[in-house]
Design a protein around this ligand. Structure first.
Ligand code: HEM
Length: 364
């Protein structure tokens, strides 16, 4: 009977034909490495965030008088509330790490080059939105850490001449971080950013699908890409179907990702939840060592070192612009970075500086 229902639905919707054409007929280079699965892992991470986020919304109260207690309730009295929240916290951190690894690996493999500039640009916007998710989510528990880290971040725009104070006031909804800021950040976190993220992610994945995955730059197997002026998907000399071959590879990596998530929750539950995250916000008591999350430590440390804050922010905005528009600036057709020692050296130096600043920010 089920077979008949399945056939009846299929005749009307044509799903099996569609899945066959889009998954089994869709070809992927057969020598892709594990870095080609980071994008899908990031996508799964985002989906986990959306699902756990909806569950948290059932009990979370976005008001400065109740936010902290509602989170404590989720952690202590709601069945499995602690698990849902821990998954949301750990995956938010892992997702940022995954986006960064995705960006770096694509950069090193030269996969951003023509005709994938727009794919890169859409990806760069996704990174910014992912960081905005973290920043806005940080304030929601209304803990000491949330309050003071947000105070630091929302003061950054004041470094801009003329409009700086105005921008900071708009962001905070007043002179200092308050219940109004909490409502604004909550609206951003659950109302504005999710549809924006879905839209840009849709464009990003559509572009990847339309153009076809790039062949690893160091690989011998060639791919034929259409001339710039024509549209056409890449054709590969050695390839296999997206389903089941590539899906199998992606599934193993997703399993690994889930395993790491649960290992952190089980054995290092305080890794992303220090003591200041478990004490309620007190606007009158500044904690001695308040620091932003690990992915903001490098820009934070840089701003601490440069006395002219405006100059510091300008340098950071220029660096971000350079990363976002890099595929349009780099016109060298050579994809293999090992054959471009100057670029390799410059990018390793930048990565090294980022690491040094991150550790310096953490331990200073
Ligand atoms: C939440 C963020 C992101 C998601 C969910 C995502 C998802 C994906 C997926 C599923 C793929 C196809 C498979 C793969 O190469 O992994 C991909 C490819 C790609 N992504 Fe992303 N991505 C994100 C962020 C980024 C960022 C930050 C960049 C760079 C600035 C970027 C640039 C690219 C490029 C250029 C490709 C094509 C690679 C190729 O054809 O070999 N993505 N992305």
């Amino acid at each position: 009977m089920f077979q008949k229902i399945k056939e009846g639905i299929d005749i009307r919707l044509g799903l099996s034909g569609l899945l066959h054409d889009t998954l089994e007929e869709y070809k992927v280079p057969s020598d892709t490495n594990i870095f080609y699965t980071i994008g899908i892992m990031t996508l799964v991470a985002y989906m986990i965030q959306a699902v756990t986020g909806y569950f948290l919304l059932i009990y979370y109260i976005p008001h400065s008088d109740h936010a902290f207690n509602s989170i404590q309730g989720i952690m202590t009295t709601i069945p499995f509330g602690w698990l849902i929240r821990m998954v949301h916290i750990v995956v938010s951190n892992l997702m940022i790490a995954l986006v960064m690894i995705h960006l770096i690996s694509i950069f090193l493999m030269g996969s951003y080059k023509k005709p994938r500039e727009m794919t890169w640009l859409a990806g760069g916007l996704l990174l910014i939105i992912a960081l905005a998710f973290s920043l806005s989510g940080y304030l929601l528990p209304w803990s000491q850490r949330s309050y003071w880290a947000t105070t630091i971040v929302t003061n950054i725009p004041t470094a801009f001449p003329v409009v700086g104070d105005f921008l900071a006031t708009i962001l905070k909804g007043g002179e200092s971080v308050s219940g109004v800021t909490l409502t604004r950040f909550f609206a951003l976190h659950v109302g504005f950013l999710p549809p924006l993220f879905m839209l840009i992610m849709g464009i990003h994945i559509f572009l990847v699908w339309r153009i076809g995955l790039s062949v690893p730059s160091a690989s011998k197997s060639a791919a034929y890409e259409m001339p710039w002026t024509e549209y056409g998907r890449v054709t590969y000399s050695k390839s296999y179907p997206f389903y089941p071959n590539f899906v199998r590879k992606q599934t193993s990596m997703i399993m690994l990702f889930l395993a790491v998530t649960f290992l952190i929750i089980a054995f290092m539950p305080t890794l992303f939840l220090p003591e200041t995250a478990t004490t309620p916000a007190d606007p009158l008591k500044t904690p001695p060592h308040i620091k932003p999350e690990w992915y903001f430590l490098a820009p934070y440390q840089m701003l601490k070192l440069i006395t002219n804050k405006f100059l510091g922010i300008c340098i950071q905005i220029m660096l971000l612009g350079l990363i976002l528009f890099w595929p349009f600036l780099d016109r060298n057709p050579e994809r293999n970075i090992l054959k471009r020692p100057m670029l390799l050296l410059a990018s390793l130096a930048l990565l090294g500086i980022w690491l040094v600043f991150t550790f310096w920010g953490k331990y200073s």
